[in-house]
Write a protein that binds this ligand. Structure first.
Ligand SMILES: C[S@@+](CC[C@H](N)C(=O)[O-])C[C@H]1O[C@@H](n2cnc3c(N)ncnc32)[C@H](O)[C@@H]1O
Length: 392
């Protein structure tokens, strides 16, 4: 298991440090009493109280969302709002039990209560409805939360639970367990989940990078190939290469055939860690791949990519990374624990990833701005053209 130093040594951002000093003034019970008694300081007490309560209650929020998904409330209520009595009858649940769920879902904006006492789909419920991958992830998170049930036990052996079994390639022995025949069901299952949840990431990448400047793109760890199909459709002149473990790559091949895009792509089954990478691409993409692997495996992979790219060829890496700002408290803990539970991977900061990319011989390493960093952040680099000293 990795013991990444950067995680324990990450310096606090300057703003966070001065802010923490101000907040520390309110730490004692007397200061708390004083602050809550005055309207000009009450907001701070209220903010901290709500924040801490939110952390304590987060699991309940997750379960409310899960219950809505499992009971198919969003589907049922879209286009056909219903009263508590009607819903209780339909779902076979006692109204006095269902009522608190519906009220909770309303304050969480998953559902909405109309003036005529009917429930409809709320603003966030509509988002869940319109992106099927969200409901899939909500149901899938059940595995993670089962692993996290005893956090101290989890921290002793994070990669021994249901999540590690779900992601067979993410263990220290790399792709070997994933290549066993008995793992093929899991590979299909996680590939469907990744396919369903990749839409947001694809939008971030396609809106941020001009693929049209390239001639051939290699997507490593392509999954079912949704990203490459989107690239193919938007950039008709591009040739594509896809690589993933054989069972997964077969799914990508089928997807390309169904979309009538098979002639545009080459399929390379194998392990990007253990097998040779296909040559010929002037852009290699790694989408939600690096964070699944430990530092040593990532270094190996990046070196292999640098070796097959022509001088000036590019690497584009996109995945969730540590965030800056208020979203970090919501998103980072999820990925820190998710990736630990998977196996060897970890959530890295953009700076750590850029450092790892430089260490593999790339230059011009930069972060490409994108709209919603929650879904993914993007790093771009290129292989030195002639003289790496001049390019840095
Ligand atoms: C988290 S999924 C991401 C899939 C896709 N890029 C996406 O964003 O939806 C990681 C992918 O890497 C593939 N993978 C993991 N280890 C691999 C290896 N050693 N060789 C080839 N593919 C691998 C997995 O099969 C999986 O499809």
């Amino acid at each position: 298991m990795n013991t990444p130093q950067a995680l324990t040594q990450a310096p606090a951002a300057p703003r966070a440090r001065w802010w923490r000093r101000i907040e520390a003034l309110f730490d004692s019970p007397q200061a708390y009493e004083w602050a809550r008694a005055h309207w000009w300081t009450r907001w701070m007490v209220r903010r901290r109280t709500t924040q801490l309560f939110g952390y304590m209650a987060g699991f309940v929020h997750s379960q409310v969302l899960l219950a809505c998904v499992q009971l198919r409330l969003f589907h049922t209520l879209s286009g056909a709002p219903a009263t508590l009595t009607q819903l209780a009858q339909q779902l076979g649940l006692p109204p006095e039990r269902l009522g608190p769920l519906l009220q909770s879902a309303c304050v969480m904006e998953l559902l909405a209560l109309e003036d005529d006492h009917t429930y409809s789909v709320g603003a966030l419920g509509r988002v869940v409805l319109s992106h099927s991958g969200i409901a899939d992830m909500v149901e899938h998170n059940h595995l993670l939360y089962r692993d996290l049930l005893e956090p101290r036990q989890f921290l002793q052996a994070p990669d021994q639970g249901a999540m590690a079994a779900y992601w067979p390639y993410a263990q220290s022995d790399g792709a070997a367990p994933a290549l066993r025949q008995e793992a093929s069901g899991q590979l299909r299952h996680y590939s469907a989940l990744m396919d369903a949840s990749q839409g947001f990431v694809i939008t971030e990448i396609l809106d941020s990078y001009p693929f049209g400047d390239h001639t051939r793109v290699l997507d490593l760890g392509c999954g079912k190939g949704r990203f490459m199909r989107a690239v193919a459709q938007r950039f008709p002149q591009l040739q594509l290469q896809l690589m993933d473990l054989p069972v997964v790559l077969d799914l990508a091949r089928q997807g390309f055939a169904q979309a009538g895009l098979a002639a545009r792509a080459e399929f390379h089954p194998g392990s990007f860690l253990d097998d040779a990478l296909p040559e010929g691409a002037d852009l290699v993409t790694l989408v939600r791949v690096a964070h699944d692997h430990g530092d040593a495996a990532l270094h190996t992979l990046l070196k292999k990519i640098a070796a097959i790219l022509p001088p000036g060829g590019r690497l584009l890496l996109a995945e969730p990374m540590q965030l800056d700002g208020p979203e970090a408290s919501v998103v980072d803990p999820y990925f820190h624990f998710y990736l630990q539970a998977m196996g060897e991977g970890r959530l890295r900061s953009p700076a750590e990833l850029m450092q790892a990319i430089r260490a593999a011989g790339f230059v011009g390493v930069e972060q490409v701005p994108n709209a919603l960093a929650v879904h993914a952040q993007i790093i771009l680099a290129h292989k030195p053209r002639v003289n790496p000293v001049k390019e840095n």
